[in-house]
Design a protein around this ligand. Structure first.
Ligand SMILES: NC(=O)c1ccc[n+]([C@@H]2O[C@H](COP(=O)([O-])OP(=O)(O)OC[C@H]3O[C@@H](n4cnc5c(N)ncnc54)[C@H](O)[C@@H]3O)[C@@H](O)[C@H]2O)c1
Length: 351
């Protein structure tokens, strides 16, 4: 029987967080910016939820979160928590490679709503099988590709759809730390802002010991324009940026997606008779405020009303499918030889 048919929802949903690391709890300590920054904090801040339990394989992390949020029901493994606690909702905040296993436990336990950190699994096959199981049981399955929930990113999508930058012509984007780990987040955001990606080819594989490479990619959008994705080294810094140029304007999402630059066509400030892109006001101009509150509130809304979550399992599966295609084509296509004539700074000058 579908979970929603047999499960009566209380006025305040009983929620648990699995994984008490950064995004599960710790980002709410010693904040560098205001706002709701962890799943645990979001369940506290949301009027519709109460935080009743944590699970973490690490005892120190578990106790630290328990003390911070004054939660007494603490478990070393998710299966015991799911067997013992009566839950309406759960957040999965464990490392990437464990999401599928914890999600399977949550589905088997029949928890009515799951908010899973990204990615939904390590492969699209694994993720899509779990998504089908959740759907068959009537479980709301939302994925935290957080830019889909963010008011600024949602407004940017509306602006692009409404033609505020004219027809989209060019897309460029930059990411670090793995095509599955962060690349799926970038690909999902690009699909959200610019429409479906119908073809994805990788190049420059940049393998990583974790198995999650950080290749470049060339994307073909259903709208007929091309996107260039740059996989950057995270040795010195992280980057996550998107630049969309249209026939009449431009949108740049910079500073890790926290800052928006909006441009429209205008008269050149330098040359008479020339037109250039000029900065124009855009509201909201800052993104990712209360980044965890929005996904929790949206998942509650999906559970209570039957509406689709802002980021569905199908979205997460598609991002994984594209990432795998990029990793595969990057790894199997021939590469130009490197080495000869390259200076210490990595630049090969023509002789
Ligand atoms: N949506 C976003 O923008 C965003 C941002 C940061 C992290 N994340 C995602 O959140 C997840 C967690 O990231 P993090 O930085 O908080 O990691 P973390 O390493 O800080 O925390 C993970 C916690 O999970 C625990 N854990 C590991 N395996 C477990 C298991 N099987 N059962 C129970 N507990 C287990 C660990 O002991 C640790 O405390 C990752 O998948 C990451 O991709 C998403």
């Amino acid at each position: 029987m579908a979970v929603s048919a047999k499960h009566r929802l209380p006025s305040r949903l009983r929620a648990a967080v699995i994984g008490c690391g950064n995004i599960g709890s710790r980002r709410s300590e010693n904040k560098k910016m205001p706002g709701v920054l962890s799943h645990a904090e979001a369940y506290r801040a949301c009027e519709d939820t109460q935080l009743v339990a944590f699970a973490d394989a690490n005892q120190d992390a578990l106790e630290r979160a328990g003390n911070l949020w004054n939660v007494k029901q603490l478990y070393r493994d998710p299966a015991t928590l799911f067997r013992t606690e009566h839950l309406d909702m759960v957040s999965i905040c464990t490392p990437d490679a464990t999401h599928a296993e914890v999600l399977r436990l949550a589905i088997d336990a029949g928890i009515p709503a799951v908010l899973c950190e990204k990615p939904l699994g390590m492969t699209h096959q694994e993720a899509s099988s779990l998504a089908a199981q959740a759907e068959a049981r009537g479980i709301v399955l939302a994925v935290n590709y957080q830019r889909r929930y963010d008011p600024m990113h949602r407004r940017v999508r509306e602006a692009i759809q409404a033609g505020e930058i004219g027809q989209v012509r060019h897309v460029s984007a930059w990411y670090t730390k793995g095509i599955v780990h962060n690349g799926t987040h970038l690909l999902d955001t690009l699909r959200f802002l610019c429409g479906e990606i119908v073809r994805a080819e990788g190049l420059n594989p940049r393998p990583d010991p974790s198995g999650d490479s950080t290749p470049d990619a060339v994307l073909t959008f259903a709208g007929g324009f091309t996107g260039f994705v740059h996989g950057c080294s995270a040795e010195a810094f992280a980057v996550f940026e998107i630049d969309v140029i249209g026939s009449h304007g431009r949108v740049r999402l910079v500073d890790e997606g926290h800052v928006l630059e909006f441009y429209v066509m205008g008269d050149s400030r330098y040359y008479p008779g020339y037109r250039q892109l000029v900065r124009a006001p855009f509201e909201p101009s800052e993104g990712l405020r209360d980044p965890l509150l929005h996904p929790v509130e949206d998942t509650v809304r999906a559970l209570r009303t039957g509406a689709r979550p802002a980021c569905t399992a199908a979205d997460a599966v598609r991002a994984l499918e594209l990432a795998q295609e990029i990793a595969h084509t990057a790894a199997t296509r021939p590469h130009p030889p490197t080495g000869g004539g390259v200076t210490q700074k990595g630049i090969a000058w023509p002789s």
